[in-house]
Design a protein around this ligand. Structure first.
Ligand code: PLP
Length: 439
């Protein structure tokens, strides 16, 4: 069993996170419940920043808030000196309500609506990552109207595909995101933005994928971008001040996953950028990155209570928990794998292999297919590790289950940061059928 961050097993044999006994957490907040190890988030943020500081770089580390967004998390990101990526009006408003400095907010999205663009200008969002011509036209019109002058990065698709551990340069990428590098789309976007009276074109952006375990893909993407930058400088008199290399830094979900440390990813990025700049006689640009999963993923643990079991002799033993695809859809969506432990008997030896099912009316509602556990009993608490990114963020109300609460644990104390949804919350937007005036 691999314990992340401050997680450890205490003298009672209970899993402890942030110095707090998880049994105390379930007693107070029930199950399921998400628990974040705040110290581990701090450690990850420090790791990403450290390499930039050591190398004397101009940089921004933007937390991709889609991985897990709520007011407390955004405030923590601010405390840690991070910038913030948002992709919607909802994430923008979360940043605003959290009191996050809006000049350090970057707005992403491949289909930003006019309302979202207006909202971002109104809230003085610092940077737009422009994805397409439709957006570019709206943005021009709105900035001319409002006379606001946000920074802009152009999102490009460098055509690097990750194939497990190999990277293939496809030239053109078949993706819904960004301006294509090779067909001239990116050139056209630069031309349209370069001398705009309000939009300040700062640089270029690329994001090559997710859960990446090595540095080759990033290096290939940066080299590809530099091959364009030298051409842009000559032909368009454009040299980016900012190079945003996106997110995608991998984490350890299960045994066999071997991610690098945040500082290792960043050091390699910096070296490639410095090398390329020197080789082509260009100024070293500011580097921005956008880790989401690697900031909060392994800091999150979900605690469930075990309920029913089903043994199909010679086939499989199922154990069902009181959550499932409504709080973690990743196994159903991506065949994502997780590990876990009985949080109330963490020292007990595994005796059998269990398939951990959720409680939704859906056969695909499984969390883990083959988890070694001791003989389990009703009311045992199962901790599933590494659910801190794209867990709560993708939680949903299928079957009209309510979304679980979220707590932060640090230095022996617990803080509730998202309340459990109530039945009333679930019905809040429902309206009765007009012909059924039954009161
Ligand atoms: C999703 C996304 C990220 C974060 O990805 P992680 O794999 O969570 O690090 C960063 N940048 C962009 C543009 C994204 O779409």
């Amino acid at each position: 069993m691999y314990l992340h961050g401050t997680s450890q097993i205490n003298s009672k044999g209970h899993l402890e996170i942030g110095g707090v006994d998880t049994m105390d957490i379930t007693k107070e907040y029930g199950t399921p419940v998400f628990v974040y190890d705040v110290e581990l988030i701090r450690r990850r943020a420090r790791g990403f920043k450290k390499a930039f500081e050591t190398e004397g770089m101009q940089y921004q580390v933007a937390y991709a808030s889609k991985a897990f967004s709520c007011i407390a998390m955004v405030q923590l990101a601010d405390e840690l000196g991070l910038s913030l990526d948002v992709v919607s009006g909802g994430e923008m408003l979360t940043a605003k309500r959290a009191g996050f400095p809006m000049e350090r907010v970057h707005l992403h999205g491949n289909n930003k609506s006019l309302e979202e663009i207006q909202m971002a200008l109104d809230l003085d969002v610092g940077c737009f990552v422009v994805d397409n011509f439709h957006e570019l036209d709206m943005l021009k019109e709105q900035t001319e109207k409002t006379k606001k002058s946000p920074h802009v990065l152009i999102r490009t698709t460098p055509g690097i595909e990750a194939h497990t551990h190999e990277y293939i340069s496809t030239g053109q990428e078949d993706s819904k995101f960004g301006f294509d590098l090779t067909s001239g789309q990116a050139d056209e976007a630069i031309k349209r933005l370069k001398d705009h009276p309000y939009l300040q074109l700062k640089g270029i952006h690329c994001h090559i994928g997710s859960q990446i375990f090595d540095t080759n893909g990033f290096s290939m993407a940066i080299e590809k971008l530099f091959s364009q930058i030298i051409r842009w400088k000559e032909e368009l008199d454009f040299e980016p001040e900012v190079l945003n290399a996106g997110g995608g830094f991998g984490i350890r979900y299960v045994e066999g996953d071997e991610p690098l440390l945040p500082e290792e990813y960043v050091t390699s990025l910096i070296h490639t950028v410095k090398e390329q700049s020197a080789m082509h006689g260009l100024k070293i640009p500011e580097i921005w990155i956008e880790p989401g999963r690697a900031m909060t993923g392994d800091a999150g643990t979900t605690l469930y209570k075990i309920g029913s079991q089903k043994n199909i002799p010679g086939v499989r033993r199922y154990a069902a928990v009181d959550g499932g695809m409504t709080d973690n859809i990743r196994p159903a969506l991506y065949h994502a794998e997780y590990e876990g432990v009985l949080a109330n008997r963490a020292n007990d030896k595994a005796e059998d292999t269990f398939a951990i099912a959720g409680k939704c009316c859906e056969s695909g509602d499984m969390l883990i297919w083959d988890l070694p556990l001791p003989e389990i009993a009703e009311d045992d608490v199962l901790a599933v590790f590494c659910t801190g990114a794209y867990g709560y963020a993708m939680a949903n109300n299928y079957n009209r289950f309510s979304r679980p609460p979220v707590v932060f644990a640090e230095n022996g104390s617990v803080q509730l940061v998202i309340k459990k949804e109530s039945y009333e919350d679930l019905l809040r937007n429902d309206l009765p059928l007009r012909s059924a005036e039954r009161v």
